[in-house]
Design a protein around this ligand. Structure first.
Ligand SMILES: *[C@@H]1O[C@H](CO)[C@@H](O)[C@H](O)[C@H]1NC(C)=O
Length: 225
C-alpha cells in the first residue's frame, strides 16, 4: 500500500469514528429532550390528558366489564329527568322522550343494548299499563327508573310489590311528589345498592312543592354467561 493510500484509509476511519460519535451524542441529546419535565415540554402536552372523557360524565371511570350509568330525577315539575347508560343518553328533556310520573329504561344486562323505554303518568294515567310493562321484563335485563313531578298518586300495592321484586327498598313508601331514582333487575338476589329516595316533606323541601332532585351514578357489573 502506498503512503497516500494509507493516509486516505486513516482519514476514512477518522471520519467514520467522528461521525459515529456525533450521531451518538445527537441521539442522546434527542433522548434528553424527550425526557424534559412536563412544565418545560410546551403548552400542547398537558391538553392530551383532558381529552379522555368519562362515560356518562361519571366522577370516575368504571373498571373493565362494568357498565357506567347515571340517573337524574326531575327537578320539581320544571326540568325533566335523564337516564344515561354506557355513554348513551337513553331518555332526556333534549331527546323529548320523558314524561310526568315514572321514566323507565330497560337494558340488556350482558350487551348493554337498550331493550325498551317508556314513561308512565302516575298522576292521572292508568297504572295497569305500568303493571303490564313491569311483568313483561325478562330476566337478565337492567331496569333504570327516574321520577318526574309526581311518581306516587297512582301507585298501587301491586306496583310496589313489582318494584320491590326488582330490588327496590323504597317503592313501598313512594308517594305524592317524592323524588326517586333506582336501578334494579328481576334476577337480583338482594336489595339493589343503586337507589335514592327523598320524601316530599312540606317546609323541608328544596323547591316549594317538591324535594330536591336526585342524582345516582355508578358501575354495574356486566352479566357474563
Ligand atoms: C341480551 O343479549 C344477548 C346477546 O345478544 C341475547 O342472547 C339475550 O337474549 C338478550 N337478553 C334479553 C333479555 O334480551
Amino acid at each position: 500500500m502506498r503512503p497516500s493510500g494509507l493516509f486516505r484509509f486513516l482519514a476514512f476511519i477518522f471520519a467514520l469514528v467522528t461521525s459515529l460519535i456525533f450521531i451518538r451524542s445527537y441521539v442522546s441529546f434527542r433522548m434528553k429532550t424527550i425526557r424534559l419535565p412536563r412544565w418545560l415540554a410546551g403548552p400542547g402536552s398537558a391538553k392530551k390528558i383532558e381529552v379522555v372523557k368519562i362515560k356518562c360524565d361519571l366522577s370516575k371511570p368504571c373498571p373493565d366489564n362494568f357498565f357506567a350509568f347515571k340517573i337524574l330525577s326531575g327537578a320539581a315539575n320544571v326540568v325533566g329527568p335523564s337516564i344515561c347508560f354506557e355513554d348513551h343518553m337513553i331518555m332526556s328533556p333534549v331527546k323529548d322522550n320523558i314524561g310526568r310520573g315514572l321514566n323507565i329504561a330497560l337494558v340488556n344486562g350482558s350487551t348493554g343494548q337498550v331493550v325498551r323505554q317508556d314513561s308512565f303518568d302516575m298522576y292521572s294515567g292508568d297504572p295497569k299499563l305500568l303493571v303490564k310493562f313491569l311483568k313483561a321484563i325478562p330476566e337478565g335485563v337492567l331496569v333504570l327508573v327516574a321520577s318526574y313531578d309526581d311518581p306516587g298518586t297512582k301507585m298501587t300495592d301491586e306496583l310496589r310489590k313489582l318494584f320491590s321484586d326488582l330490588g327496590s327498598s323504597y317503592a313501598r313508601q313512594l308517594g305524592f311528589r317524592d323524588s326517586w331514582v333506582f336501578l334494579g333487575a328481576r334476577d337480583m338476589s338482594n336489595k339493589s345498592p343503586f337507589e335514592q329516595y327523598l320524601k316530599n316533606m312540606g317546609n323541608k323541601n328544596k323547591y316549594e312543592g317538591w324535594p330536591e332532585l336526585l342524582e345516582l351514578e355508578g358501575c354495574v357489573p356486566r352479566k357474563v354467561f
